[in-house]
Design a protein around this ligand. Structure first.
Ligand SMILES: Cc1cc2nc3c(=O)[nH]c(=O)nc-3n(C[C@H](O)[C@H](O)[C@H](O)COP(=O)(O)OP(=O)(O)OC[C@H]3O[C@@H](n4cnc5c(N)ncnc54)[C@H](O)[C@@H]3O)c2cc1C
Length: 409
């Protein structure tokens, strides 16, 4: 009979403890400062690069962990350290995954090293998909990529928004429309190399939380990139477009749209793991506080009203982690998300993080409401998880559609 265990193996425990040490000793002491500064914490990223946490190799190793738990375990620890700095460290990964998923071997080998740089000269990368009028509705994307055959160049025009590391990235990965007739199947991804004319940073957003992570608009004005910057190459794109056009003509647009949604589904447990990290961090502060803060002559945890909240918080965090691990294990084992398990894990973990961090603020009373204690920041940070990589409403839509097979709106 196949072995079944919830225990991490020795290698995984070693990596987890190492990351936990970095999160505790390097990220946590820097968290409040970079949150206040609302700037990319370059020295911390550099430190992460020096010890090997900020590198493609590290994430590739975790990705290829056959149990599927390498990535969620790593993300939980880093985001337990701090969500804003955590996103600054792993944000480049979004763009790297875009290249790994769609690029040729040559593109992977050329661009990913330029995304990370090295410990002496760290770089970041940005993945630019969202637009002012195309957030949840990816199909409404307007940024166009037009092929200039004479020069073998693609010309990109449009405005991207909410791009993590947008404008400060060495390499931008930009999703653009190449065929507007077939919805999101008519999209393609392009590398915009360092210092390409026409790409500029628009507004940098002042945010509620994860303030150490840079988020900005990216404006593309006649940005010309060489033909080899189309991820996957022109032949593959032409084949894919021909197939999609044929399918759209025979089975209607809905099926085309659903296939795209299935792709997003796969990356969602990673955000769930980040949310678990933030929730666990806030819960631990609250538990400690409840045991040491006395009112009416006894620790506040002596009141069921507080103790039961902590019991629920911990139960929900563990449940969230199990959903994230299930989805991650399924993805690694090549099992399809027939019941939208990826979306379930992201939905539950992100809502849990929002709830648990709010409860932590309440348990710390007045102190919870100040920046003297980290739960105030964690509560602000947690709000992002129900928004990016598909809002909670979109997760519910995906789950409901998957379960029912109906085009629920
Ligand atoms: C800090 C941050 C970092 C980000 N990083 C990136 C990045 O690196 N790259 C990138 O491309 N994008 C990024 N995003 C964008 C993010 O993915 C979008 O914000 C998200 O997809 C939601 O889009 P929107 O903000 O336009 O909201 P909208 O789509 O306008 O949604 C507004 C509200 O309407 C609800 N809603 C929309 N449609 C439906 C529906 N059919 N049914 C029910 N409710 C609905 C939503 O759930 C939400 O509550 C980032 C966003 C933030 C805030």
């Amino acid at each position: 009979m196949a072995e079944f265990t919830f225990e991490l193996n020795d290698d995984q425990k070693q990596v987890r403890d190492w990351l936990n040490g970095f999160a505790k000793d390097v990220m946590r002491p820097a968290a409040a400062e970079w949150d206040e500064r609302e700037e990319t914490p370059w020295p911390v990223i550099q430190e992460a690069a020096k010890v090997g946490i900020y590198s493609l190799d590290f994430y590739a190793q975790q990705f290829f962990d056959p149990t599927g738990l390498g990535i969620p375990m790593a993300l939980e620890e880093l985001f337990w350290g701090d969500a804003g700095i955590g996103l600054s460290i792993v944000g480049t990964g979004l763009a790297a995954v875009g290249v790994l998923a769609n690029g040729t071997e040559e593109q992977i080998g050329t661009w990913i090293p330029q995304m990370y740089g090295d410990a002496d000269d760290v770089k970041v990368a940005a993945f630019c998909s969202s637009e002012p009028d195309a957030g949840s509705d990816v199909g409404a994307m307007r940024t166009r990529a037009v092929y200039d055959e004479a020069k073998d160049e693609w010309v990109l025009n449009g405005t991207k928004t909410w791009a993590t590391n947008g404008g400060i990235a060495n390499v931008h990965v930009v999703v653009a429309v190449v065929d507007a007739e077939i919805g999101s199947k008519g999209h393609a991804s392009f590398i915009v190399p360092p210092n390409t004319p026409g790409l500029s940073q628009g507004q940098k957003f002042k945010k509620h939380g994860i303030r150490a992570s840079h988020t900005a608009e990216v404006v593309l004005e006649n940005v010309r990139v060489p033909g080899h910057c189309l991820l996957g190459g022109k032949d593959k794109l032409d084949e894919r477009l021909a197939r999609a056009r044929e399918r759209a003509a025979t089975s209607g647009g809905e099926r085309v749209k659903n296939a795209a949604m299935a792709t997003f589904e796969a990356s969602r447990p990673a955000v769930g793991a980040m949310a678990v990290g933030t929730a666990r961090a806030a819960y631990e502060v609250a538990l400690d506080y409840a045991k040491t803060r006395s009112q009416f002559g006894r620790p506040i945890i002596d009141n069921q009203g507080i103790a039961f909240q902590l019991a629920d918080m911990r139960t929900q965090i563990d449940a969230a982690r199990l959903l994230v691990w299930r989805a991650s294990w399924m993805a690694a084992a090549g099992k399809p998300f027939d019941s939208a398990e990826g979306s379930m894990s992201k939905l539950y973990a992100s809502e849990t993080a929002k709830k648990v961090t709010a409860q932590a603020v309440q348990i710390l009373g007045g102190n919870g409401y100040t920046r003297e204690y980290p739960v105030e920041r964690m509560h602000r940070d947690a709000a992002i998880y129900t928004i990016f990589e598909g809002t909670s409403e979109i997760q519910r839509l995906v789950i409901a559609r998957t379960l029912s097979g109906m085009p629920i709106r």
